[in-house]
Design a protein around this ligand. Structure first.
Ligand code: HEM
Length: 400
């Protein structure tokens, strides 16, 4: 009965004449207007207000707040259908084969190609959800995720474009760029010697992409386990997912900027001496130690032992203090994650199994499905014909 009373009270606040509400009604003209403006403003605004100490700061909405990303506003997120296995079986059966062909060809040309394709999926999902927002180009009026400082080394967008181009020839307007990202990641793992994971499909593409969102929601490589868990919990992932997904660093490369916190002003004593010497040399310009004005052009392997192989060597490395980033190294030095590192280091099957589970979980973050979003014709630009201009009229004019 308590809620009925509250509803009644609200009705009366909004114009009723009951004596019991008379005192409250005095508040209506000013207070209620302020409250309504605030509530409506926060629904319509593409930004969320985030508390930072005693201050507030506006950031583009997080993956948990995706209503503005939905083209069809009549469909609330909770009514959108779930992702499905075999979503394109009838509408575009050629999809997996095309992805496999393109990914295999690029891997054979250069085996370092697998890693950036896997990373793209992670960077897409963590920012505004797995909706291909990472693929949109910046416009004159809007810096997209691609332009974010922590996305500077993302690569292999051309692989996504190549798959999309081939798909548009056989099943035009059917497969989303968000699903291409997912399947390209899956086949990249396979190309690098990992298992072939099955993943649910049916994602649709976003209409928006904001660089500040990437800067806010992608975890920094200088975080410890507590910081990482805080970031991951906001997208529904836990410590098991953290350890398993970090295993993606069994392939790929990094720049000095990602480990400069461990080299300057002091070289982190956790690194074995021989290893830190190599890292410092890599970040040094022409043999002259210029830290912190380091050379950020050279790259080094995340897994120095089997750098091109998707295996459990990353976890073995962590036990030898060969974790490259603070985030990697901290997994073996924190009681919450140490046991899992040991398990995955000694049992590759356990790692492969959990990686698949966590990848599928990551692949469901903030997805658009059903009639939400759109199916882009080209992955780097949203379709102009079905853009709701109310969403973000300033970003219609994309630059290449
Ligand atoms: C847990 C938090 C994570 C952090 C802090 C992190 C951080 C980084 C950093 C700093 C780099 C190197 C960037 C550069 O210097 O160019 C990198 C590379 C990479 N990351 Fe992560 N990462 C995380 C999780 C993940 C996840 C979940 C995946 C995939 C499932 C992933 C896949 C990769 C791959 C494959 C590379 C190599 C990319 C290449 O060779 O171009 N990372 N990561």
């Amino acid at each position: 009965m308590k809620s009925q009373h509250c509803n009644l009270l609200l009705l009366r606040l909004l114009g009723g004449g009951d004596q019991r509400c008379a005192r409250m009604r005095k508040l209506v003209p000013f207070d209620l207007v302020v409250v309504l403006v605030f509530v409506l403003g926060s629904i319509v605004s593409p930004f969320s207000m985030v508390a930072e100490g005693a201050h507030f700061r506006f950031v583009p909405r997080s993956p948990r707040n995706l209503a503005e990303n939905s083209y069809n506003h009549a469909v609330p997120a909770y009514l959108a259908p779930p992702l499905q296995f075999g979503f394109y079986h009838k509408t575009c059966p050629q999809f997996p084969e095309i992805v496999k062909r393109v990914v295999t060809k690029e891997f054979e040309l250069n085996p370092t190609n697998a890693a950036p394709q896997l990373r793209l999926f992670f960077h897409d999902c963590f920012v505004q959800g797995c909706d291909a927002s990472v693929l949109l180009n910046s416009t004159k009026a809007n810096q997209a995720e691609k332009g974010a400082s922590n996305n500077f080394s993302l690569g292999n967008f051309f692989v996504i474009d190549e798959v999309k181009e081939q798909l548009e020839k056989v099943c035009p307007g059917v497969v989303s760029c968000a699903d291409i990202l997912a399947l390209v990641a899956v086949y990249s793992i396979k190309a690098a010697g990992g298992p072939l994971y099955e993943i649910e499909l049916g994602r649709r593409d976003s209409l928006t992409s904001y660089a500040p969102s990437a800067e806010t929601y992608l975890p920094a490589s200088s975080l410890n386990v507590s910081g990482l868990l805080e970031d991951l919990q906001t997208v529904g992932l836990d410590e098991v997912d953290l350890v398993a997904l970090s295993g993606a660093h069994t392939i790929g490369q990094a720049h000095c900027s990602s480990i400069i916190n461990r080299l300057y002003p002091h070289v982190d004593s956790q690194y074995p001496k021989y290893y830190s010497k190599q890292l410092v040399a890599n970040c040094t310009d022409n043999g002259y130690l210029k830290l912190p004005n380091y050379d950020n052009n050279t790259q080094f392997f995340n897994d120095p032992v089997t750098p091109l192989q998707f295996d459990n060597q990353y976890f073995k490395n962590l036990k030898e203090n060969l974790g490259l980033f603070t985030t990697d190294e901290s997994l073996f030095n924190d009681e919450r994650t140490k046991k899992l590192v040991e398990t995955f280091a000694s049992n590759q099957d356990a790692f492969f199994k959990q990686f698949g589970i966590s990848l599928r979980k990551m692949g469901k973050i903030g997805v658009l499905t059903g009639t939400q979003g759109q199916i882009r014709n080209q992955c780097w630009v949203r379709n102009s014909h079905n853009v709701d201009p109310a969403l973000d009229p300033t970003s219609l004019d994309f630059v290449s």
